[in-house]
Design a protein around this ligand. Structure first.
Ligand code: ATP
Length: 342
């Protein structure tokens, strides 16, 4: 019998809650197929923060870290919390303190509007760079710092090299070591070192600005792209644009060195989308494909493949939310996908 997997559920804010509602039936479906899993509902987000002043209480954080195997996350961000404090203390804290260094963001047909064949996987470092929250906003002394450390950069690059080797795809490092001599100099040095250890990978380093231009001109020529937190965020959103937009892009973060029991977090690439929240308009595909990524990470390959095939089937049959030019709401799109689940 499988060991029971405990998954913490954090729907969060805005469309995060709406798309999470379409992922939950997939957990029941996996359970019905014999997968042993239990879930823990966590209410943290803007509503909870505004009602109680709590973002992610210490005891809840510790119970996720030590008592769960993975987190299924919707999105956080709410205009009622303009400084985004709760988002930082929930999502950025989980990524940083669980050391979820590797953020894998595949952008793949068949969700694409470009036709078939686009298949780019962004490996984004998820805990450092300018997203380390170090600095000050004090008037007259505002300053922002970026952190790049050797263990985190090495872990991200190793994961990207392993993935490129496994897929037999090229690997491109996005960097600006010509100007960011310290931080990106480290990225380039480790990249060159690992390239020597992986002669089987067709690996090249490109200045990030030139890479963006090349990506727009010829996205099909890219395979795996590795980047720091900031560049990876930008590049993966651009790639999401190639396959239909923010609503269809999934992601999975993990800690390859497994410092804690909870070493995985699945979440769509998009945020809480306040402009469409509460209207049932969100596309649940990114969330549903993130759930498939989590299942594959847990070794549940048949379930992951079945979900991906069901998404492809629904899109091929013409099921579309508004962002993809269709008329279906979030729940109807979820049903269209689950109808094709075999
Ligand atoms: P964050 O920085 O938290 O990732 P963001 O600034 O990138 O957030 P999003 O919340 O992702 O912003 O929204 C960006 C745009 O994408 C918005 O116009 C939003 O409506 C759209 N969008 C985001 N998620 C979805 C979705 N699931 N379905 C349809 N449109 C979406």
């Amino acid at each position: 019998m499988d060991t029971c997997i405990r998954i913490a559920l954090i729907p969060g804010d805005g469309v995060g809650r709406e798309v999470m509602a379409e992922a939950l039936p997939l957990l029941d479906w996996a359970r019905a197929r014999g997968r042993s899993l239990e879930t823990v509902d966590l209410p943290y987000g803007a509503d909870h923060f505004l009602a109680t002043g709590e973002t992610l209480p210490e005891v809840a954080f510790a119970s996720v870290r030590d008592g769960c195997d993975a987190i299924l996350f919707g999105a956080v961000g709410d205009p009622r919390v303009p400084d985004g404090r709760h988002a930082e203390e929930i999502l950025l804290r989980l990524r940083q303190e669980l050391e979820l260094t590797v953020n894998h963001r595949p952008c793949r047909s068949p969700a694409t509007r470009l036709g078939t064949g686009l298949d780019i996987e962004v490996f984004r470092e998820n805990t450092e760079g300018p997203y380390c929250l170090q600095g000050s906003t004090e008037p007259g002394r505002a300053v922002d710092l970026a952190i790049h450390t050797e263990p985190a950069v090495r872990r991200l690059l190793e994961a990207a090299f392993r993935r490129a080797a496994r897929l037999d795809r090229s690997l491109t490092l996005a960097h600006k070591a010509n100007v960011l001599k310290h931080g990106h100099g480290l990225w380039l040095r480790l990249f060159v070192e690992l390239r020597r250890e992986h002669p089987e990978v067709d690996a090249r380093a490109m200045h990030a600005d030139a890479l963006l231009c090349a990506l727009v001109q010829g996205p099909m020529s890219f395979g795996v792209i590795a980047a720091d937190n900031y560049l990876g965020d930008l590049i993966s959103d651009l790639c999401a644009g190639f396959i239909g937009g923010m609503g269809v892009a999934p992601s999975l973060s993990w800690a390859p060195h497994r410092p804690f029991r909870c070493a995985t977090l699945a979440e769509p690439v998009h945020g809480s989308a306040p402009d469409i929240a509460g209207q049932g308009l969100a596309n649940p595909v990114g969330m549903i494909l993130s759930t498939a990524l989590l299942f594959r990470h847990l070794g549940w390959d048949p379930e992951a493949e079945a979900i991906e095939a069901a998404v492809a089937r629904a899109l091929e049959s013409g099921a579309r939310t508004r962002d993809l030019g269709g008329t279906l709401g979030c729940a109807a799109m979820g049903i269209a996908i689950r109808t094709g689940l075999r």
